[in-house]
Design a protein around this ligand. Structure first.
Ligand code: PLP
Length: 499
């Protein structure tokens, strides 16, 4: 099996090559040329398998040049009880008949990006071996909070790599900042920079595009790579947990083999839900994929009208990891639903770059609607949902998951669909304790409290334990105190990599 860019069919690459490259030189994203099919007999075996066994059989379909032994080893190094606090790794909690929550936040940073970023470094190491590439890898990432820490944890002390994370100094939460600046590991670099997340991201993109720097790095045998969800190596691990959740729903006696499930996914860059679409394309019996957004509702508008319009105000919400206007991975969906028509995909993406919008044809829009349903939830409704679900069921939702929960309620009301549904939960409620406490305790409990005190208040008030990675965070030593103006980002990278 080979991989191609969403914008050109000519170059065919191996899995190892696309995992190292990250993004295609034409600006497109790498996708498998054909989607492998997973048959029903195999599906029948999954309920009795461990999470690790399920991941291995799914990802090997996409990694033909990797041996079974190599894959098993990579999976074991990523998903174990050193990195994850529960042995199921991604448990499915049944809340009532027909409604369950897939908890993807038991990893080292208490959010779902760990699911991919624990495995990506392993896949990258193997890819270097396969391609006999002896370069050193420098991972360069801009983060709005969650990706940075997850990438740092995934890559820390991985031989042959360095990881550099830039975060907007005043643009992440106190907990997120403390998580990053206390990261251990000899190969980790964390730098706060001036400006907002977009500035940090632009700075990083400019460094990637800098030909002179690339030459200098090449002379030192260093390659730049990205831990962003444009990398196929980050998307692939996510496909596996859809299969695992399906198997768990069979174990919970919610469905029989080949019966259908809905998945509801809180979406930002569209990476998580796209993995669900790949699972469906491989043959997993999924009825609807419900795409849930916050007030940055560009995806909901796109799915309803067929028009993608990035000319809108950026809203800061209580679910900040979904505060995104340009959802990169949508490009992969457009490629898949237009049957690999890279010319059309290129034309839409060019229109987006030059006019800030594009409109898909009615046939493509109708094909997408067959599979997807989309909605968006405002701030007040998000907080009310956290309150209601906690007091009615004793289950604590983080704001991102609350957006998904509420979207499912609205979907069921509007459509009458009774297909059993899995809500994909992307963060521990403790990661966003201010919003969660505000929602269940009222704003007055927050008066005068810092974010670290809020973790304790939330734990005491609910009886839920603080996830281990967030315990005692404020007492850990700060190991990364660097700060730079956004104009200095390149110099910093130079100093770290070329000295
Ligand atoms: C990144 C993130 C999302 C959005 O996921 P996408 O793959 O970008 O759609 C949702 N929730 C949380 C907590 C996240 O960290």
């Amino acid at each position: 099996m080979k991989y191609v860019s969403t914008r050109n069919h000519e170059d065919k690459l191996t899995a190892a090559e696309v995992i190292i490259k990250g993004i295609a030189p034409d600006g497109g994203l790498y996708v498998p040329e054909i989607t492998p099919q997973f048959d029903l007999t195999m599906m029948g075996i999954l309920p009795s398998c461990t999470f690790q066994e399920r991941v291995a059989v799914i990802i090997e379909q996409f990694l033909p040049e990797f041996s079974e032994k190599e894959i098993d080893k990579a999976v074991a190094a990523a998903y174990n009880q050193k990195n994850f606090s529960v042995k199921e790794i991604a448990p499915v909690v049944l809340l009532e008949d027909g409604t369950a929550v897939l908890e993807l936040w038991h990893g080292p940073t208490a959010a779902f990006k760990d699911m991919a970023l624990q495995l990506l470094p392993q896949l990258l190491k193997l890819s270097m071996k396969k391609t006999k590439d002896k370069s050193k890898i420098a991972i360069l990432t801009a983060t709005s909070g969650d990706t940075g820490k997850a990438a740092l944890e995934g890559f820390k002390d991985v031989p042959g790599t360095k990881i550099i994370v830039f975060y907007p100094f005043d643009g992440v939460s106190a907990v997120q900042k403390q998580q990053m600046v206390t990261t251990e590991g000899k190969n980790t670099y964390v730098i706060g920079c001036s400006g907002n997340f977009d500035d940090a991201q632009t700075g990083v993109k400019n460094i990637f595009a800098d030909k002179e720097l690339a030459q200098e790095l090449l002379a030192k045998n260093i390659k730049l790579s990205s831990a962003n969800s444009i990398n196929w190596g980050r998307l692939l691990p996510q496909i596996a947990y859809y299969f695992s959740a399906y198997a768990e729903m069979q174990n919970h006696k919610q469905i029989g083999l080949s019966e259908k499930l809905n998945f509801v996914v809180p979406s930002g860059n569209f990476g998580n839900i796209l993995a669900g679409y790949y699972a469906k394309a491989m043959g997993l019996p999924i009825n609807k994929l419900i795409c849930a957004s916050n007030s940055n509702n560009v995806l909901a508008e796109f799915f309803t009208t067929g028009k993608y319009n990035r000319k809108r105000n950026f809203m800061k919400t209580v679910s900040p990891s979904m505060d995104i206007i340009v959802s990169s991975n949508l490009e992969r969906l457009l490629y898949l639903v237009s049957n690999g028509d890279s010319e059309r995909v290129s034309s839409w993406m060019n229109q987006l770059a030059t006019n800030g919008e594009y409109c898909i044809d009615s046939k493509t829009a109708a094909d997408i609607k067959e599979v997807f349903w989309a909605d968006w939830i405002n701030e007040e409704d998000t907080l009310r949902t956290i309150n209601k679900v906690y007091f009615e069921r004793g289950y604590l939702l983080d704001p991102h998951t609350a957006v998904a929960w509420r979207s499912l309620e609205r979907y069921r009301k509007q459509t009458g669909d009774v297909t059993p549904s899995v809500i994909v939960s992307t963060a521990s409620p403790f990661k966003f304790s201010a919003a969660v406490l505000g929602a269940i305790g009222g704003m007055d409990v927050l008066h005068d409290k810092d974010e670290f005190q809020m973790l304790d208040i939330l734990a005491k008030g609910t009886g839920w334990p603080i996830p281990q990675p967030l315990q005692g965070l404020d007492k850990r030593p700060v190991l990364h105190g660097s700060y730079c103006a956004r104009e200095e980002m390149k110099e910093i990278v130079n100093a770290i990599l070329l000295d």
